[in-house]
Design a protein around this ligand. Structure first.
Ligand code: GLT
Ligand code: MN
Ligand code: MN
Length: 388
């Protein structure tokens, strides 16, 4: 048995709202007492997390005075220091208060939109003071129940305007934030704009400062939509936009479950960890999940440790897959190389196109090449199941 203790190089983080989740759901009251800030930070220290993330109002009440804010800031910094934590990511709560009932940056009301931008600027100030380098945008209320109520083209334009404004604010204040966008298809709105990570990858290119902006894909959000999360993350990696990741788990097609990492779809979790490790993802690995409603805080600690431990175990298994001679032999076999043809199709020129058209390629011969994918997948499963 290896050592699966959390490795600081993995930058395992938890939001205050994750381990601090009191177990409320739409049908039931909280099952755990609300934990004070210092206690949450102590818990993260105890389980050996690398860092903490916050929404402004997870720690600073929406109507806190400047004096109260200063006191909380002091307590926050002390809690981080005492527990060896960094603040990796900050974000704005633009969804709980009734003012955001019909959206924040995409609201039909210009005053609500202005308030959302103002609240975000104040929250960016807080994050920067805590040392956060990443600023997350999850549009919890940016959506509709009926398209009679909002123009979806205007919604995108309004969202862009807000982000462009906030990018300039970050630059002007010298915060050097990286902005990350977190997609979700629905919940709490009936339909949310920017439903999948790919929507944001396209949107980023239309911003004034695309270089500042990337994505924060979340396992559960893409699984809710029945999508292959690994492919969404791969698309972000390939265009250099994976700045942050929200790890958790989720049964396909259900409500937003935010389960412990790896607890529902172990095979997907394996390929996700393998992808992140193979491509040397270096950003924070945030477990945006929460413990079952039945758990007490001792069990919440087990939940947090379980998220990190599962990641470390799957990391070891991914390395095992990469070093398995039989598997690698098969990988080599199925990746047929042809230096001449590859050179020809790498870059278009009139000459290369003509040469390609003149190259004889036998369809039936190509179709008959063996692809022993059943065997390859079974060997993979046996690594995951721990017998290989
Ligand atoms: C909320 C949501 C998460 C987001 C958080 C950031 S809040 O819990 O379900 O996926 O990351 O606002
Ligand atoms: Mn979620
Ligand atoms: Mn999330």
């Amino acid at each position: 048995m290896g050592n699966y203790d959390p490795d600081p190089k993995m930058k395992f983080t938890f939001g205050l709202w994750t381990v601090g989740n009191p177990g409320r759901d739409p049908f039931g009251e909280p099952t755990r007492d609300k934990l004070p800030l210092a206690k949450i930070l102590d818990m993260l220290g105890e389980v050996k997390a690398y860092g903490v993330n916050l929404h402004d109002n997870d720690a600073f009440p929406i109507d806190a005075s400047e004096k109260e804010k200063a006191e909380i800031m002091k307590e926050f910094k002390k809690g981080m220091k005492d527990n060896g934590l960094v603040c990796a990511m900050a974000t704005t709560n633009l969804f709980t208060d009734p003012v955001f009932k019909d959206g924040a940056f995409t609201s039909n009301n210009a005053q609500v939109r202005a308030y959302a931008i103002q609240k975000t600027m104040r929250s960016m100030d807080i994050g920067a003071e805590l040392g956060a380098k990443i600023y997350d945008f999850w549009g919890g209320r940016e959506g509709i129940e009926s398209d009679a109520t909002k123009n979806p083209v205007d919604a995108v334009k309004r969202f862009r305007e807000a982000i462009n404004f906030l990018c300039e604010y970050s630059i002007e204040q010298g915060y050097n934030y990286k902005f990350v966008f977190e997609a979700k298809p629905n919940e709490p709105r009936g339909h949310m704009y920017f439903a999948v990570t790919g929507s944001y990858l396209a949107f980023i290119q239309t911003l004034d400062h695309p270089e500042m902006c990337g994505v924060n894909p979340e396992v559960a959000h893409e699984h809710m939509a029945g999508l292959n999360f690994v492919h969404q993350v791969a698309a972000a990696i390939e265009v250099g936009k994976l700045f942050h990741i929200d790890l958790n788990d989720q049964e396909f097609g259900r409500y937003d479950q935010d389960f412990r990492f790896g607890s529902a779809n172990l095979k997907h979790a394996f390929f996700l960890v393998k992808l992140l490790e193979d491509y040397k993802y270096n950003g924070p690995r945030h477990f945006d999940a929460h413990a079952y409603r039945q758990s007490n805080y001792d069990d919440v600690k087990e939940f947090a440790k379980g998220c990190m431990r599962t990641y470390m175990i799957l990391k070891e298994k991914a390395a095992h897959w990469n070093n398995d001679a039989e598997i690698q032999g098969m990988v080599k076999l199925i990746n047929v190389k042809d230096a001449g043809l590859e050179k020809l199709t790498k870059k278009f020129s009139k000459a290369s196109a003509q040469k390609l058209l003149a190259t004889p390629l036998s369809r039936s011969q190509l179709a008959s090449a063996p692809l022993p994918y059943e065997k390859l997948d079974q060997l993979t499963m046996e690594i995951i199941m721990g017998v290989r």
